[in-house]
Design a protein around this ligand. Structure first.
Ligand code: ZN
Ligand code: ZN
Length: 798
């Protein structure tokens, strides 16, 4: 494991080189663009990490190196690249870890951050440390609170009591996105429960249309297809109709949303969510006891499991009926927990003949099944609509219902409003005061930030009330309006509110009197390229988009999409298996960097596979990239004034083209492979021409910045390699010359075709078969045999 054994052969000493250039970059402010005067601003953003106690893991390193490589490439192309980094340091992850090891997060987090900072410097990221932010810094969360108040004042935030997912271990509410198959995402053994709490919500559902429309608009969004698809699916748009079913013997009606109004004539019963407000009035005396028992039981189950509905169907009849407005028939009304109050109207019309879930329910409970679509997709038993193609009749049936005053066309989304309340300690207090006289009073801007009070015992308990309520001196406060004793909101906000706007803070981090400076923001935002993990497709990326839309409406920013270009990176596995502590196969970056150097580690990570797909980290693989850097080091020592011979000249220009095009598409592994080929060609050549070696060093710089700087200096240049320009290629040298292939039919020369000299056999044969004269001599029939003499002729035997 000794470092010197790795370096003796060539004299390349990564540790010395990397320490030297880390110091130089800091001293010369190499990575600090002039944010006010930059002419070609390029905002290169990566997803900021949450500072865990374990330090940066290899997945972070992979993501950051991929993003940094792109940023450095853009800088060499002449852009003023701003590449900030910070810490997403509030939130349950941090707090739970603090609880586990028994150290207060206020003490633990700064230590973690210091360690992350050290690691981030060690890997050689082009970070502008002047603009580091941490979401736990009062100078930051003052503005997170300001943002909440902006939404509150604009009517985009509201308080509501409702059913929520509650993790009994986290002792807090979870977003639906954080419940995986009925279990807490952080506690896979813990079933999530349902609770009723008053919480703060943001009206993201009002923006569902825009959030979806922009995703489908290539002039606004250029996103990895997988990310856009995940978000589209999460938004869950469906078109249909709202239909009212009058409740028998009352003035009330049960409203349902259906995507299939064409099947209305087949609706033979209805199902309400157990919490539906009409249940009490519909339930008959005979069924009351069963209904009450069922409702009590359903209240204990979490929302997500109920919605998945893959378990056995349960339900009870209310004894009441409603009238199908199409058939005029009274149909029974049931309650079942697979219908949710939070989704749609909390009631469904059941069409058991044409809906799988409804059919299971009907079969289990012996309810009527009436088919209304025949084998050819035409309507039957549907009155005036009989014989119509079902799908085409949707519009007419909806209009018919509209005329009768019992229905209307409607678009629904699967998206819920964003619940931002967390009954925890480690977050920004929601800046609201409750006054007996004045009601909900926003904390005045001048009183921000509402500091998170020190609290010795910060652990959550089972009461559903945030630990902040225990600090009475903090909890009771004079009402800003009337001066009487008010109470502070004791919930903190969701960590996704912290990360929903951090990209706006980076360029303006030095301003204390504004969250983001208008001029800076216009210059640097929206973000030019954002690279991150697909696990954030539906939370962080969706919430950030929503917040930008609100800020635009309020006149704070002049764009609605914060990340017009987003690229998702892949995942790293170890020896073919997912990395985990229990498997004991976690790659600890520090150990590899200490042994091989940051440049080799970076290069290896980028060489593992296509960046958007990820790769398999194998210890034996890292020596290849290291040997490659040793060769580059040696070539720099041999560089001499000489003209490259023709084959090297062509290889040189082809390499520039391939590396340029591959980096632009984040195909870092093939870009590195191209450079390796050039190194082989240079070693095989009679000399190592200085111009070729210099270009190689520049091409390598985005991947292995320290050694590139050192080589650049050894080649006699002053200043940073990142102040030079990316090399260009001569297209005349990168296109393979054409050669002529003779075409024979049964041994007689009949024609000739031109193909590129490096064309594959397949490509040559395709060109031959496409030739006009060939087709004439073979009557267009496939030949019995094709003989290819590479680079010369093809003989077709017919
Ligand atoms: Zn949990
Ligand atoms: Zn008051």
């Amino acid at each position: 494991m000794s470092r010197t054994s790795q370096t003796a052969a060539t004299g390349y000493d990564p540790e010395a080189v990397e320490a030297k250039w880390r110091a130089r970059w800091a001293e010369r402010r190499t990575n600090e663009p002039d944010l006010d005067r930059a002419e070609r601003p390029f905002y290169n953003l990566m997803m900021f990490p949450y500072p865990s106690a374990e330090g940066l893991h290899v997945g972070n390193m992979f993501a950051f190196t991929g993003s940094d490589t792109y940023g450095r490439f853009k800088r060499l192309q002449g852009f003023d690249v701003f590449e900030p980094i910070g810490f997403d340091a509030f939130g349950i992850h941090s707090e739970n870890f603090a609880i586990k090891i028994g150290i207060h997060p206020a003490e633990l987090i700064p230590k973690n951050i210091a360690n992350f900072r050290r690691q981030l410097k060690r890997i050689g990221g082009m970070f502008d440390w002047r603009h580091e932010v941490s979401t736990t810094d009062p100078a930051y969360y003052k503005w997170t609170q300001w943002l909440f108040l902006q939404l509150l004042k604009a009517g985009k935030a509201y308080r509501k009591e409702g059913a929520v997912n509650w993790c009994p271990v986290c002792k807090t509410v979870l977003a639906n996105e954080q419940v995986i198959g009925g279990f807490c995402e952080r506690h896979p053994d813990t079933r999530v429960e349902q609770r009723f709490l008053a919480q703060w919500y943001f009206r993201i559902t009002e923006y569902a249309d825009r959030l979806l429309a922009n995703l489908d608009d290539p002039s606004k969004m250029d996103w990895s297809a997988s990310t856009a698809a995940a978000q589209r699916n999460w938004l869950g748009r469906s078109e249909g109709a709202e239909i009212d079913f009058p409740v028998s013997g009352t003035e009330e009606a049960i409203r349902v949303f259906t995507t299939r109004p064409d099947t209305l004539f087949g609706a033979t019963f209805m199902v309400l969510a157990p919490e539906h407000p009409l249940v009490d009035r519909i339930t008959t005396a005979d069924e009351r006891a069963r209904v009450d028992a069922y409702r009590a039981e359903a209240a204990g189950r979490d929302v997500v499991t109920r919605r998945i509905g893959d378990r056995d169907k349960t339900g009870v009849p209310t004894g009441g009926t409603a009238v199908n407005p199409a058939t005029g028939k009274a149909i029974p009304v049931w309650i079942a927990d697979y219908v949710l109050m939070e989704y749609g109207t909390g009631a469904i019309m059941a069409v058991p003949a044409h809906d799988e879930r409804d059919r299971e329910f009907a079969e289990k409970f012996g309810l009527e099944i009436v088919p209304v679509i025949d084998g050819e997709g035409r309507l039957v038993r549907s009155g005036a609509f009989d014989g119509r193609a079902a799908e085409e009749a949707i519009g007419d049936i909806t209009r018919w219902l509209e005329e009768m005053g019992v229905g209307s066309a409607k678009v629904e989304y699967r998206l819920y409003d964003w619940c931002i309340s967390r009954q925890r300690y480690w977050g920004p207090p929601i800046p609201v005061i409750y006054c007996e006289e004045c009601g909900i009073v926003p904390v005045p801007d001048k009183d921000l930030p509402v500091l998170l009070p020190p609290l010795e015992d910060f652990r959550p308990d089972d009461s559903g009330i945030s630990p902040l309520a225990r600090n009475e001196a903090w909890y009771y406060v004079a009402c800003p309006l009337c001066g009487s004793r008010g109470r502070r909101e004791t919930d903190v906000s969701d960590t996704f509110l912290d990360s929903g706007w951090y990209y706006l803070r980076y360029p303006s981090s030095e301003f204390d009197d504004r969250p983001f400076d208008p001029v800076r923001t216009r210059k640097w935002c929206p973000v030019t390229t954002y690279i991150g993990g697909n696990e954030h497709a539906v939370l962080h990326l969706l919430y950030s988009r929503f917040l930008a839309m609100v800020l635009q409406e309020l006149g704070h920013v002049d764009f609605e999409e914060p990340f017009p270009k987003f690229r998702a990176h892949g995942m790293i596995v170890k020896d073919g298996a997912k990395m985990s502590k229990s498997r004991g196969n976690v790659v600890v970056p520090d150990e590899y960097i200490a042994r091989w150097g940051a440049d080799t580690f970076r290069l290896y990570l980028m060489f593992l596979g296509p960046f958007p797909e990820g790769g398999d980290f194998r210890d034996e693989g890292i020596s290849g990239p290291r040997r490659f850097l040793d060769k580059v080091w040696a070539l720099v020592g041999k560089a001499a004034e000489a003209d490259p011979e023709r084959p090297l000249l062509i290889k040189w220009h082809q390499t520039i083209q391939r590396v340029t095009e591959d980096i632009e598409e984040l195909k870092y592994n093939t870009a590195i492979a191209a450079m390796m080929e050039l190194v082989t060609a240079l070693r095989d050549a009679a000399s190592a021409p200085r111009a070729v070696v210099a270009d190689l060093v520049v091409l390598l710089a985005p991947f292995a910045p320290h050694i590139a700087e050192e080589c650049w200096e050894r080649l006699g240049h002053e200043g940073s390699v990142f102040d030079t320009r990316w090399p260009t290629w001569d297209p005349a040298l990168t296109v393979a010359p054409e050669i002529e292939i003779v075409i024979q039919v049964n041994g007689k020369t009949r024609s000739r075709v031109s193909v590129p000299s490096d064309a594959s056999e397949e490509a040559v044969l395709a060109a031959v078969m496409a030739d006009e004269a060939t087709r004439r001599f073979t009557d267009g029939k496939p030949p019995r045999k094709r003989i290819y003499v590479p680079g010369r002729l093809v003989n077709l035997v017919v």
